[in-house]
Design a protein around this ligand. Sequence first.
Ligand code: FES
Length: 118
Amino acid sequence: METNWPDENWVEIGDIHDIPVRGARCVKTPQGRIAVFRTAEDHVYAMEDRCPHKGGPLSQGIVHGTSVTCPLHNMVISLETGRALGADEGEVRTVAVRNRDGMLSIALDSLMLMVAAE
Ligand code: FES
């Protein structure tokens, strides 16, 4: 997901190759842990590393297509929307990601908005 945030709002978090294909890495921010996912097609998504069910670490889940399955009780979350799929209900806050030639950044403003919404 890319948005038009001004340049100063983006925080570099590393290279796409630091994330395993169909895997994730966890980035610590002042607002908590953010899971950054890489799909088989090299699309990158970020969201809170906290399952809406019971707080499981989504960064340790299995990525398939544009979804991740929580490692604790198998809830499936859309990487695009942060919403639970299937019969489950719940939503994870997503964070904007920018991919410039493989260098990834997340939008600081979206983290600020997360705090403002709490
Ligand atoms: S904590 Fe994720 S499915 Fe239960």
